[in-house]
Ligand binder design. Structure first.
Ligand code: 5AD
Ligand code: SF4
Length: 446
């Protein structure tokens, strides 16, 4: 019998996409995929290192698996960002690890596992992708049956001083548009109704060839890709993450022109203080950022705006933090992801004195969270009475009678499931605004 593999994923959508690709390659090589960590011959953790807590998770999980599997020890592998960064140190720090697979070695996973199963000790691959490597994942092999993630660019060249991504994911590499468009058409034909174009910084999309972009206008290659994507006829297209400095107004124009480009932009500000933004090396000021926001707000359609903020960056004073609260109030975000600064070894910011105490970080986190809640209440209340198109994704965990999904403006919307199946798109009239979700009644579904 062929060996079975249990694959567990942490972190961002890029990791989800990588795990999908890993699963396809493993099946192709004759491995069986299993949902049981208790019986699998091989256990692979696809890891995240963006903050300390995320990076630590894998060690907790390795410990749990070891306790679970005293009788027959499985092969344990670490792939993804922690693997790329820690490399061979993982073998010393965590003796149960047999296999370390970097962020660009996904396609070689079956061979690497094969070597470990044959008794080779400390198998490691931190090399680059092969030039010929294909990124595509067949529609049949997706984590979600209804929403598909389509990577368009991998890695990051920005080197924001706090961020580990340029080290864990390497330099930017864009996928040819022809490949992206072909994948979208396949997904569309298979019945997918929503896709997310993903990358650490989608605005930097810069493929080596024109293939797939011919005939599509746009000020930047990403704007052209958006229009090429819209032309596939995929019903709902979202994209994330946008980098403020490279966020061109033509992106907003593309959204205005194409109904199937969804009205949602995730544009992380990180801070509202110019001093902190400079120390973070973000390449934009608060005013530059607000200028982009104004373009988005002036669009004919209301475009939802979400953001990430880091509180407690080294040297952040109370006055700096006030600038952040000011910016958050000015924008009036639809949602905000707040993070306490987490020192990542090897980044330029790690050399700074992390002089903001944990308690101050917590205080600022809570204050910002409170502020956002009051802003969000107003934003969400304004949706009451309005109609929105929601892709039903799964039964609600809170109520047996409800189903849950996302609107085109990327809000969680719950509604009665009596007349709607997962995978259908429902027109929902919003009847109630909750803290982080909307509730509504179904007008129609198809
Ligand atoms: N500490 C805290 N938050 C971080 N992020 C990235 N690196 C760090 C760090 N070292 C946050 C940023 C980014 C999001 C994905 O994670 O806000 O936009
Ligand atoms: Fe990290 Fe900055 Fe690149 Fe985003 S743009 S992945 S925050 S370095």
């Amino acid at each position: 019998m062929s060996a079975t593999v249990y694959l567990e994923t942490f972190g961002c959508q890029m990791n989800v996409a990588d795990s999908e690709r890993a699963a396809v390659r493993l099946r192709g090589a004759g491995f069986g995929l299993t949902n049981s960590a208790e019986t699998a011959d091989v256990i692979i953790f696809n890891t995240c290192s963006v903050r300390e807590r995320a990076a630590h998770k894998v060690f907790t999980r390795i410990g749990e698996v070891r306790r679970l599997r005293l009788a027959k020890e499985p092969i344990v592998g670490v792939m993804g960002c922690v693997a790329q960064l820690e490399g061979g140190d993982l073998f010393n720090n965590s003796p149960s690890v047999d296999l370390v697979v970097g962020t660009r070695a996904t396609d070689r996973l079956p061979t690497l596992i094969g070597r470990a199963l044959n008794g080779e000790q400390r198998v490691i691959d931190l090399d680059e992708r092969a030039e010929t490597e294909k990124w595509d994942v067949p529609a049949t092999a997706r984590t979600s049956k209804y929403v598909a993630f389509v990577p368009i660019i991998e890695g990051c060249n920005k080197f924001c001083t706090y961020c580990i991504v340029p080290y864990s994911r390497g330099r930017e590499q864009s996928r040819p548009a022809s490949e992206i468009v072909a994948e979208m058409k396949e997904l569309r034909d298979y019945g997918y109704r929503e896709i997310h174009l993903i990358g650490q910084n989608v605005n930097s999309y810069r493929p080596k060839t024109e293939a797939g972009l011919e005939g599509f206008t746009g000020v930047t290659p990403f704007c052209r890709l958006l229009r090429a994507a819209a032309a596939t006829g995929m019903e709902r297209i979202k994209f994330t993450t946008s980098f403020p400095r490279d966020f061109h107004p033509d992106i907003v124009a593309a959204i205005e022109d194409h109904e199937n480009l969804c009205e949602w932009v995730h544009l992380p500000a990180q801070s509202g203080s110019n001093r902190v933004l400079r120390a973070m090396r973000r390449g934009h000021t608060a005013a530059d950022y607000l200028c982009r926001i104004a373009t988005i707000k002036n669009a004919r359609r209301r475009i939802a705006i979400t953001s990430d903020i880091i509180v407690g960056f080294p040297g952040e004073t109370d006055a700096d933090f006030r600038e952040t609260t000011r910016l958050v109030k000015q924008v009036g975000y639809d949602a905000l992801y707040i993070f306490k600064y987490s020192e990542r070894s090897g980044t330029p910011a790690a050399r700074l004195d992390d002089d903001v105490s944990q308690s101050t970080k917590t205080d600022r986190f809570l204050e910002l969270e409170n502020l956002q809640q009051s802003i969000q209440r107003k934003v969400y209340d304004a949706y009451v009475g309005r109609e929105t198109r929601v892709l039903a994704e799964r039964n609600s965990t809170k109520s047996n009678d409800d189903i849950t999904g996302h609107s085109t403006c990327h809000k969680v919307v719950n509604f009665p499931r009596a007349f709607v199946r997962a995978g259908q798109v429902a027109t929902v009239r919003v009847t109630e605004a909750k803290v982080n979700s909307l509730y509504g009644e179904v007008l129609s579904a198809n």
